[in-house]
Design a binder for this molecule. Structure first.
Ligand code: ADP
Ligand code: GN1
Ligand code: MG
Length: 373
């Protein structure tokens, strides 16, 4: 057996990799991707002839996912459902959806000595994962997320576990923010007075989607709930969104949130933690591009009311995400991966600037949707 390269301080990886039987010689594992939640590694194997074969190894965040076994049950159900659909349509399920590699003892995942759950998946090659995109690629991602919504229409929603309870319940996010703010256990509130005020003055907004759900105006569907541009793999040959990834929050939810979260992340030209707010601006042109693609992909599966609420989806997902970043900062930065101090504050600020822009352009946002209804 060759010497395996494992990142320093990650002895646990040796244990995890040992749980799998690799057909080729294991070369090593490196940290991979820009996800904020899971511990993702690219595992490299060298066959006797030819190029290295890559795998994605992920340790699920225990801070985010209290019941990882239930999450994995969802994962198996959803990917199995996609597999069948893709096969009927003559597609390639190994490229168009995620799949799991079994452990030596035939399990779908490995639980390490600390109780952390790990999964191993084939690396979907000849694809790109973008943090920002050209309008063409953004539209391609929109078609793929819209199609994701469309394809899940018939999924038995009652079989899905809620992997993060109240994940996009914006009222509950507001309540959690208030609680953490009241405690202010690290005495950090004094550093973010303006941001706190921004949230407090938008309490009413936090109820818009939840109220529409309670009144039966918006249907509960099976949705992805984390539709960032970097949660989609773009086929290098066709430029189309070939595989929707990061299925950990796919569960009952609102379609407007799937639309909205993509807008939050992609309809601008800045990093999520951009520190120069003069560079942060909502781009209504990109919003239109995404709307066109999403509605094309959804193939008429959204109701009239859902369409009317799409702009609210964008505004609320952006506000909610800002609230979550700010809450995490006040709480000690335990939830989102951070790479330097105040990163969650910078992230919250970009979200709030985008919310302001959307508030100012809300009428135009509605007009854009009407154009494609
Ligand atoms: P997180 O929840 O932390 O965001 P993701 O599941 O989104 O974790 O994975 C993080 C990154 O890893 C993705 O943005 C993508 O770049 C890459 N990735 C994940 N799964 C695959 C895969 N099967 N093939 C290629 N790249 C992948
Ligand atoms: C997280 O896992 P990732 O990086 O794709 C988070 C999303 C946030 C996003 C902000 C499970 O997404 O809800 O919108 O960061 N995922 C989870 O960038 O909390
Ligand atoms: Mg991700």
């Amino acid at each position: 057996m060759c010497q395996i390269h494992i990142p320093e301080g990650k002895g646990i990886l040796k244990e995890v990799l040992g749980a799998y039987l690799f057909p080729q010689t294991l070369v090593g594992a490196v940290r991979y991707g820009q996800g904020h939640i899971n511990d993702t590694y690219c595992v490299l194997c060298q066959p006797q002839e030819g190029d290295c074969v890559r795998f994605i190894l992920q340790g699920l965040s225990s801070a985010a996912f209290p019941k990882p076994e239930e999450l994995m049950e969802n994962f198996v159900g959803i990917t199995g459902y996609f597999r069948e659909k893709i096969l009927t349509q003559g597609g390639d399920p190994l490229r168009e959806t995620l799949s799991l590699i079994k452990t030596r003892d035939g399990k779908d995942y490995y639980t390490d000595a600390n109780g952390k759950v790990w999964r191993l998946m084939p690396f979907i090659e000849d694809t790109d994962c973008f943090q920002s995109a050209t309008p063409e690629l953004f539209e391609a991602s929109a078609r793929a997320f819209g199609r994701f919504q469309y394809m899940l229409q018939g999924y038995p929603a009652h079989t899905l576990h809620e992997t993060i309870p109240k994940f996009h319940d914006t009222e509950d996010r507001f309540a959690k923010f208030l609680k953490v703010l009241e405690e202010d256990k690290l005495d950090r509130a004094k550093n973010v007075r303006e941001e706190i005020q921004f949230v407090l003055s938008r309490r009413q907004d936090c109820s818009v989607a939840m109220e529409a759900l309670r009144q039966g105006k918006l249907p509960l569907r099976v949705t992805h709930n984390d539709t960032k541009l970097n949660n989609i793999l773009i086929d290098r040959k066709t430029g189309e969104g070939i595989c929707v990834i990061d299925l950990d929050t796919t569960m009952p939810g609102l379609s407007i949130n799937d639309f909205g979260d993509s807008i939050r992340f992609g309809a601008n030209h800045c990093r999520e933690d951009e520190q120069d707010l003069t560079k942060v601006a909502f781009d209504i042109g990109l919003y239109e591009t995404y709307t066109r693609g999403f509605l094309e992909g959804a193939q008429g599966s959204l109701t009239q009311t859902e369409l009317e609420y799409l702009p609210w989806g964008a505004r609320l997902m952006t506000l909610e995400c800002g609230i979550r970043f700010l809450t995490d900062y006040l709480d000690g930065d335990h939830y989102f991966h951070t790479h330097y101090p105040f990163q969650n504050v910078y992230r919250a600020r970009t979200q709030f600037k985008l919310v302001r822009d959307m508030e100012e352009q809300f009428d135009q946002m509605h007009q854009v949707v009407r154009k494609y209804m």
